[in-house]
Design a protein around this ligand. Structure first.
Ligand code: SF4
Ligand code: SF4
Length: 142
């Protein structure tokens, strides 16, 4: 039986945990939050440390030290995963849902993430001075 069907997130080994990430890159996009309602929206502006071809962090080990608001999900409260995109495996499993067919653990290849248009690779831009996040708000159909 697949480990993600039998184990809770908190019971997974480090290797199992990492394999759940599909490297979509969505969590590395800047977000805007409405101060009054608390509603969050994603933008297409990505963290300066992401490689937009692979959608992987270029400084994964030191990421939370190098980027102030970068979170180590494994160290975060599972009850606070609601900010993650709806396609994120950690959020899906935490909510008791199945992994989608395009997830690399089921498809056997990371190419399926791009094919399913889940990767940010084709549209994200790197953060840089002068970019107004409000001009780059996005919404996913999911
Ligand atoms: S949103 Fe989830 S699956 Fe996608 S890169 Fe971030 S942690 Fe990985
Ligand atoms: S530091 Fe790395 S993991 Fe964190 S948001 Fe930036 S690219 Fe993503």
């Amino acid at each position: 039986m697949s480990f993600w069907k039998t184990k809770k997130l908190s019971e997974m080994t480090a290797e199992e945990w990492e394999s759940l990430c599909d490297n979509c890159g969505k969590c590395c996009l800047h977000k805007l939050e409405d101060e009054e309602t608390g509603k969050r929206v994603f933008t297409s502006i990505a963290c300066k440390l992401i490689n937009l071809k692979t959608c992987r962090c270029t400084r994964y080990t030191g990421r939370t030290r190098l980027v102030a608001d970068c979170l180590d999900l494994k160290q975060s409260e599972f009850t606070r995963y609601d900010w993650l995109p709806a396609t994120c495996a950690y959020r899906l499993l935490n909510d008791g849902k199945e992994l989608p067919a395009w997830h690399p653990l089921l498809s056997g290849s990371t190419a399926s993430v791009k094919k399913a248009c889940v990767s940010i690779s084709s549209y994200a831009i790197k953060e840089s001075p002068g970019i107004n996040p409000g001009d780059h708000i996005i919404e996913w159909l999911e």
